[in-house]
Design a protein around this ligand. Structure first.
Ligand code: NOJ
Length: 763
């Protein structure tokens, strides 16, 4: 333990250092968070201060630098930098032998023996891959999501990784944006609940446990508002919308104990996130009291020059450091310029000390000083049976049944199934974006899953080699198979590379010749189940007409095919609900359920489809309301939507009161009945509308939900709670307020919920 401390002693350093180290060593045996009554500082604070006081400027700058690792062995060049204390963190190193060697060099051969933090993007699984985050969000199941993140942490940490760059909690209202796949959807409340669950899962109960990894709330802030859905694009987010829509999931992450944040690539109204003092100093630290640390995104300080707000690297570093970004990822503007910036007084010594202090604190919390190495018996713990079972459950709960005409699903085992489509047997593609370490040899594809369940009661023809295939060579074989079968299951979608970072699409129809093949297959007259495996909502409105049933499976991860087989064959009853609105056509985007009413809201009675408008109709004869004359005003599927093999009925909505004070908690009760023939789980949702505000308010806001399991025919009384304080928003003066007034409240199975009651909030 702490061999570097012994080494220092041998080297005959000053008595001051020696005493400091002995004290630090002693403190390690007692709780780090006990406060000194007189000074108010904790033992952890003292350990941090003690170490900080011994550091040279070069060593401090080192802590603020994160470098890229990887490669078969640790290079001599990197070892030399580690010896000099010039590296604070390494990303993308996943080999435990290398990681142990890196830590050994830090601990034994550097002056102060400070270990590095090994970081990696573990976004929705490590070797065992869970559904893409957007898919996981469709489960509306915080416990299950927490369990998945815990498993990801266990697998990743068994590779020596102690920091993931997740959860990504950027509100995403634009399906063109490739990174919507990584998000938890469009809603602040749902994203907050699920993001917090991820934080708890990654970090575990005790950060110093070697299976815990640091979570990182990213990308602070507003990255998901990229104009036109084009990745990295500029954003224009009005301050009120920033506070009420984009920031709540980040606040929830802080409340859940997240220890790191990442700065976004985007600018907001001209201020790049990486140079945004308002976000990192005022909101994150002053208002939210966050005392972890902030890492930049890859090269984002350097990119301040591309944004045109820094003339050179020195100015770029100055702006990012002063904004409160502690650590620079990948580029070296900090390393190369801090000394000069200090000399010229452009960055203060206290700013540097504080940046380093926050990093050291987290390193202590991680237990890295006590346990820098990973023992051989704890290494490479992957794909255990319970991990795969959890991934299967997550995939099952993420799948959303969008359509089921004449109860086509579930398919009876006596029916002969024709499995067709470019995503039906793609072990790699079904894993989705951001799976650096995902092991596609573990994948159970839809073909594997259905074969296992049906044996020779099914046939398979790809029809199209991959999702982008445009030629029709495989059509004949696919049609022949369909004709010999009772039901067609068509696995459509997009390959994983078509979503994710830098992979935005302007047209979000099914790519390649998939639509044509579906139309050909439909001509056989056989019922058709459309399964969509994709990283975003695709515009399947028109092609969906050719399908009798639709299952939205997202990119479902390792166990996707096994989960899908259970759903299609009725072993599992779908319960997923959309975490994002599905537009009919791309031109409707951005489209989200919690929109404003406008002065001229759409009116179902006056909306006329473009082709039905009489020739030479007078200008105002069709009314003047907010809609598209070709696409209307409703989405293809609303937020919160998802069917089941059974049906649910909501009734008897009752409030525990009709008038509430601001510190009250509202309780809404209602009866939820399973009126169908299958057991199932319904995600019951509560929405609220503030009827008159000082500023215009959304037409509906999700404020609570519950997963309710009901046997066929069973009914339950459900109660959801709403602390009235949760009705707050930012008024004209940007004060966070709950305004007295009247509210409507709905309960139901999606954001079109109709069962309504009302209440009043008083002063
Ligand atoms: C860039 C991405 O924006 C970020 O989300 C990711 O964590 C880093 N690269 C590291 O790979």
């Amino acid at each position: 333990m702490h061999q570097s401390y012994n080494k220092l002693r041998e080297m005959g350093n000053t008595i001051k250092i020696f005493i400091g180290l002995v004290l630090t060593g002693l403190m390690m045996f007692s709780s780090c968070n006990t406060k000194d009554v007189k000074t108010g500082s904790t033992e952890l604070d003292q350990r941090v201060e003690d170490l900080l006081s011994q550091m040279t400027l070069e060593e401090k700058i080192g802590q603020m630098s994160q470098v890229n690792g990887g490669g078969p062995v640790v290079s001599e060049e990197m070892k030399e930098e580690l010896r000099k204390g010039k590296i604070g963190s390494i990303l993308n190193e996943v080999n435990v032998e290398n990681i142990n060697e890196i830590q050994r060099v830090c601990v034994e051969e550097s002056r102060l023996g400070i270990p590095v933090i090994i970081a990696r993007d573990v976004i929705h699984g490590f070797k065992t891959v869970f559904p893409i985050p957007l898919g996981q969000a469709a489960s509306w199941n915080p416990e299950l999501i927490q369990e998945g993140s815990r498993i990801s942490a266990a697998e990743a940490s068994s590779s020596g990784i102690r920091w993931t760059f997740a959860p990504m909690i950027d509100i995403s209202r634009d399906a063109r944006w490739g990174r919507i796949a990584e998000s938890l959807g469009e809603d602040p409340y749902l994203s907050a609940q699920l993001g917090a669950a991820m934080v708890k899962g990654f970090q575990g109960e005790d950060l110093s446990n070697e299976t815990s990894i640091l979570a990182c709330a990213k990308h602070f802030a507003g990255y998901g508002a990229a104009e036109g859905g084009r990745d990295y694009n500029t954003t224009l987010i009005p301050p009120r919308e920033l506070r009420d829509i984009y920031l709540p999931p980040f606040k929830a992450a802080v409340d859940a104990g997240v220890r790191t944040f990442m700065a976004g690539f985007n600018d907001i109204d001209g201020i790049p996130a990486t140079a945004n003092e308002f976000l990192f100093r005022q909101v994150l630290r002053e208002e939210w009291k966050f005392d972890g640390f902030v890492v930049s995104d890859w090269a984002s300080p350097w990119e301040l020059m591309n944004h045109g707000i820094a003339a050179d690297e020195k100015e770029a570093a100055q702006r990012a450091i002063n904004a409160g970004v502690n650590m620079e990822m990948a580029t070296t503007t900090y390393k190369d310029n801090i000394e000069a910036l200090l000399k010229e007084g452009l960055v203060s010594e206290e700013t540097i000390n504080q940046a380093v202090r926050e990093i050291l604190r987290v390193k202590f919390e991680l237990g890295l000083f006590e346990n820098p190495y990973l023992a051989p018996e704890k290494q490479y713990q992957f794909a255990k049976a319970e991990y795969l079972a959890s991934a299967k459950e997550a995939a099952t709960q993420s799948m959303v049944l969008l359509k089921n005409e004449q109860q086509l699903l579930p398919i009876s085992k006596s029916q002969k199934v024709a499995l067709i489509g470019p995503m039906a047997d793609q072990p790699y593609e079904q894993l989705g974006t951001w799976i650096f370490d995902g092991d596609s040899t573990l994948s159970v594809t839809p073909l594997d899953g259905l074969k296992q369940a049906l044996g020779n009661k099914m046939g398979f023809a790809k029809g199209l080699a991959i999702s982008r295939t445009r030629h029709h060579k495989g059509f004949k074989e696919a049609v022949r198979l369909a004709k010999r079968s009772d039901v067609i299951v068509f696995c459509a979608g997009e390959e994983s590379i078509l979503s994710g970072e830098a992979h935005s699409r302007a047209n979000i129809d099914l790519p390649g010749a998939q639509n044509e093949l579906i139309k050909e297959l439909k001509k056989t007259g056989k019922p058709l189940v459309l399964v969509v495996m994709a990283g975003r909502p695709l515009t399947i409105g028109e092609i969906g007409e050719y399908a009798d049933a639709i299952v939205y499976a997202w990119h479902p991860g390792t166990m996707g095919g096994a989960a899908l087989a259970d759903i299609l064959l009725g072993k599992a009853n779908p319960s997923g609900k959309l975490p994002v609105t599905f537009p009919k056509v791309v031109g409707q985007i951005p489209m989200h359920y919690n929109h404003k009413n406008t002065g001229r809201p759409a009116n179902p009675n006056s909306w006329t489809q473009m082709y039905d408008i009489p020739v030479k109709a007078p200008q105002t004869s069709l009314g003047n309301e907010s809609h598209y004359i070709d696409a209307g005003y409703t989405p293809l599927y609303p937020f919160g939507y998802g069917l089941s093999y059974t049906q649910y009925e909501y009734s008897n909505v009752v409030l525990n009161n009709s008038v509430y004070a601001i510190d009250d908690t509202l309780k809404v009760s209602f009866t939820l009945k399973n009126t169908g023939k299958y057991d199932g789980t319904e995600i019951a949702q509560m929405y609220v509308r503030d009827l008159v505000g000082n500023v215009s308010r959304p037409v509906k806001e999700l404020k609570g939900f519950a997963r309710v399991s009901l046997k066929a025919g069973e009914q339950k009384e459900i109660t959801l709670e709403l602390p009235i304080a949760n009705l707050s928003f930012h008024n004209e003066k940007m004060e966070e307020v709950v305004e007295p007034g009247d509210f409507n409240l709905w309960v139901g199975g999606d954001s079109n919920a109709e069962l309504m009651t009302s209440f009043t909030v008083t002063k």
